[in-house]
Design a protein around this ligand. Sequence first.
Ligand SMILES: Nc1ncnc2c1ncn2[C@@H]1O[C@H](COP(=O)(O)OP(=O)(O)OP(=O)(O)O)[C@@H](O)[C@H]1O
Ligand SMILES: [Mg+2]
Length: 138
Amino acid sequence: MQIDISDLKQLDDFAKVFSASLCKGDVIFLDGDLGSGKTAFTQLLLKHLAYQGRVKSPTYAIYESYDLPQFTLIHMDLYRLSNPEELYYLAIEEIFDPNNVVIIEWPNKGKNVLPKATKTLGFELIDSSKRQLNVDIT
Ligand SMILES: Nc1ncnc2c1ncn2[C@@H]1O[C@H](COP(=O)(O)OP(=O)(O)OP(=O)(O)O)[C@@H](O)[C@H]1O
Ligand SMILES: [Mg+2]
């Protein structure tokens, strides 16, 4: 399924629908180039899950955890990993606990170490005025 997300309102509308579909144990891959909207989407998703605090880009920390009433959401950004095996230095058993929802930017940097995605969103910058989301929900 492809969705036009050329403006933030369209991305926000999709984030709302998507937030309602999340289940414990979901592992969500966010594919797409630099600046394609992966962090913006995660911030909107947390807003729709009624998270009140600040949402930081986890690039330096690799991941941030958000305790929500429904589940803990863990937002990972693997951009700075030079090797997927660096993930073993993190508490990956705790991160991929079946009670959590994990959302991952740059999942290809964690190939062969990350579990399989339950849902994949591909962020695509078509041109300076058009953005598209490719949705793969299995
Ligand atoms: N659908 C959209 N419409 C308009 N602006 C957007 C949209 N999505 C993201 N942006 C804007 O684009 C900029 C970059 O977005 P963002 O940081 O979310 O990208 P990213 O995919 O997380 O990049 P990175 O790979 O560097 O982490 C932000 O200023 C954001 O507000
Ligand atoms: Mg980002």
